[in-house]
Write a protein that binds this ligand. Structure first.
Ligand code: C2E
Ligand code: CA
Ligand code: CA
Length: 653
């Protein structure tokens, strides 16, 4: 008994401590079996009705009517509850409070009425059968309730007491020994039933908690599976689902949805120079910043690597532009890591639904095409998708794919364009020009494929092959003819360039001072120190360097003093202007004089007319190159040209 009391005390505390949501679930268990409630209501109000009618006692009749009424109300409540859709979560708790109050009032009222009916029968009727009916109905009801309502133990326990205790009182006050004995038995029965109720409650509570824990864990796992580990924003899967749902919701309405495909500029450099921890911190920082700005109204996702996407509703093109600018601004803010401020930029490709597509695949493809375009136009740019983009970009992509393996398939070959002295009679050097004849696209101009090779870094491998091949071919030429090879900026910065050059020279047996490497001016401006170091390394091998396309970039004459070039190649745009523009004559003249003062040779490229050649002869540059003198030609033609004594350049015949 004392054990039961302490458990009741415990119950008071533990029941208050359980979460409201758990209580709501337990409350649902009261409604889990409406049949039992309906059967209980029908049988007990039926029997009490019969007892009341047979006894013809007005108290019993009044009590039976009240029982039937309360039973009816409770049945209606249960049925109504069954039909009601489950409430949305936010209102669930307040609903649970109200519902529990209703249920409890009905349950306690009903039990009290049944108990009172038993008591009244014992008092007002001498008929043993009627008394038996009233007592067994009430006790049967109490027994059933102990298990049925154990989910809300206070209700079950109160019902048990409210139903049985009036009976006990009725039996005791009869002062008949047998009835008094029955009263004692009922008290013991109540104690036992209380115990059962508490046990059952323990089991139900435990099962409820375990199942909730499982559900929470499953929910947690599902959330993790939809998040990008590194940055915490949505991953590809979640992004895709969200995107598709939003597109569906867009339907035929007049809303518009903008997809921003973001690629970080210079991310690789940060990763390479400061390590991947810095790279990770940067990605996480950028992701959080984007999420703070757009997470609430749209979605921010990491699509992999340094690529992110933002999707949000837009009203007009102008909104889309503003959001794009905001994204670029957010990404450009530095991320601090390990005492360092890490800075990247963003390139954006933007597609807008439904104008640029109505399904996720098309829109993503178009945003990606726009991004490709944005990156093409330099860093920190955004581009909206335009239908014409497809063709050019697709060709670029296809060429990029074809370029893989092109070297192995032998699709590349070299052409050589002679560079003459001013008389046009002696070949001083030949410029190596790369050609690509692809199995699918045919002949492709280097102006088109070199930038692609630079983008996918294949230029390093292909350029290495050019150097080796050029050295091999030139080693068969007369010893006073040099060979020029164009060098891409990417090659110039690749760490193994000196090794590539040394090995090409060693294998071919070509003297180092017969090799000249041409680099364009734009390279130098990007990273002066690195370019200087690379050029120095080349010069230390005794290999000569030429500044190509001089005058096209943001040429600053002061660079000439800084960089160790042996030759300056004046861009063909100046040569083309020589005939019409006295200014060009003056520029070319000045450049040649300055170069001479700095100890550099000068080559004029793109010489197409006799007038140009005559002018160059007057301004006295050192060498000339151009279609007037010779077009680029295959190795065997150059070889026979060089072997044939007393040849004349084409323009000289
Ligand atoms: P570049 O270095 O300025 O090469 C000279 C280009 O001018 C060649 O075009 C050549 O055919 C052309 N050319 C020569 N004489 C004349 C002329 O009198 N008039 C006109 N209008 N053009 C003339 P090509 O072969 O199409 O090469 C284009 C560019 O591709 C080259 O410009 C060079 O930057 C790049 N390139 C070619 N081969 C290689 C290579 O092996 N490696 C690298 N990195 N770039 C290369
Ligand atoms: Ca060149
Ligand atoms: Ca050039």
């Amino acid at each position: 008994m004392s054990g039961l009391i302490s458990r009741l005390r415990q119950l008071r505390h533990s029941d208050q401590a359980i979460a409201a949501s758990v209580r709501a679930t337990l409350l649902e268990s009261l409604y889990a079996s409406p049949q039992s409630l309906v059967i209980g209501a029908l049988t007990s109000s039926g029997i009490t009705g019969i007892v009341a009618i047979v006894s013809s006692n007005r108290w019993l009749i009044a009590c039976a009517v009240a029982i039937a009424l309360v039973a009816g109300i409770r049945v209606i409540d249960v049925i109504r509850r069954r039909r009601q859709p489950r409430r949305a979560k936010p209102s669930k708790n307040s609903w649970a409070g109200r519902q529990e109050f209703l249920y409890r009032s009905g349950a306690l009222g009903y039990s009290a009425l049944l108990g009172t009916f038993g008591l009244l029968t014992l008092i007002h009727s001498d008929d043993g059968v009627l008394q038996l009916l009233a007592v067994t109905t009430t006790i049967g009801y109490a027994a059933g309730i102990a298990g049925r309502n154990a989910g809300r133990p206070w209700i079950a326990l109160s019902q048990l007491c409210f139903a049985s205790l009036p009976l006990t009182v009725g039996l005791m006050i009869s002062l008949q020994p047998l009835k008094m004995a029955l009263a004692a038995v009922i008290v013991l029965f109540v104690v036992a039933m209380m115990d059962i109720t508490l046990q059952t409650y323990g089991v139900i509570l435990k099962a409820t908690l375990v199942s909730r824990e499982k559900a929470a864990l499953a929910e947690h796992h599902a959330a993790i599976a939809r998040r990008d580990d590194l940055t915490g924003v949505a991953n590809r899967t979640a992004f895709r689902e969200w995107f598709e749902a939003r597109l569906q919701a867009l339907g035929d309405g007049d809303g518009r949805l903008a997809i921003y495909w973001i690629d970080l500029d210079r991310f690789k450099e940060i990763n390479d120079s400061f390590g991947h921890l810095a790279g990770n911190a940067l990605l996480a920082g950028v992701a959080q910043r984007l999420d703070a700005a757009f997470g609430a109204t749209g979605i921010v996702a990491r699509l992999g690597g340094d690529e992110f996407a933002v999707i949000r509703d837009v009203d007009q093109q102008i909104d889309a532009v503003a959001t794009g600018e905001q994204i670029i601004g957010l990404v450009e803010q530095p991320v601090h890591h390990d005492g360092r401020a890490l800075c990247v930029g963003a390139s954006l490709g933007i597609a807008i639904a439904p104008t640029d597509g109505i399904d996720a695949d098309t829109l993503l493809k178009n945003a990606d095409l726009a991004l490709y375009r944005a990156k093409d136009s330099g860093r920190g740019q955004m581009r909206f998708y335009e239908p014409l983009m497809d063709e050019k970009i697709e060709r670029t992509r296809d060429l990029g794919a074809e370029m893989q393996g092109a070297l192995e398939r032998g699709e590349f070959h070299l052409m050589f364009q002679p560079i003459f002295d001013l008389t046009g009679e002696r070949i001083l050097s030949c410029e190596t020009l790369l050609r690509w004849t692809n199995r699918r696209f045919g002949v492709i101009s280097p102006a088109e494929f070199i930038p692609i090779a630079e983008d996918n870094s294949l230029i390093v491998v292909i350029g290495g092959w050019v150097i080796r091949e050029a050295c091999r071919i030139a080693s068969g030429w007369p010893a006073d003819v040099t060979i020029a090879v164009n060098l891409s900026p990417i090659q110039l910065r690749s760490a193994n360039l000196p090794t590539v050059i040394m090995s090409a020279l060693a294998t071919s047996g070509l003297a180092a001072d017969r090799l000249e490497l041409e680099v364009t001016e734009s390279v130098l401006l990007e990273d002066i120190d690195a370019s200087l170091a690379a050029l120095d390394a080349i010069n230390r091998l005794d290999v000569r360097t030429t500044l190509d396309d001089f005058g096209t970039g943001y040429s600053s004459l002061s660079y000439l003093t800084k960089f160790p070039f042996q030759t300056l190649k004046i861009d063909r745009s100046f040569i083309a202007d020589l005939e019409q523009s006295p200014a060009s004559v003056a520029i070319v003249q000045t450049v040649i004089e300055l170069a001479a003062k700095l100890g550099m040779q000068t080559v004029a490229e793109g010489v197409e007319t006799h007038a140009q050649l005559d002018q160059l002869r007057r301004t006295r540059c050192d060498a000339v190159q151009g279609f007037l003198l010779a077009h680029p030609m295959p190795a065997n033609m150059i070889a026979s040209m060089l072997a044939g004594a007393g040849f004349k350049a084409q323009g000289q015949s």
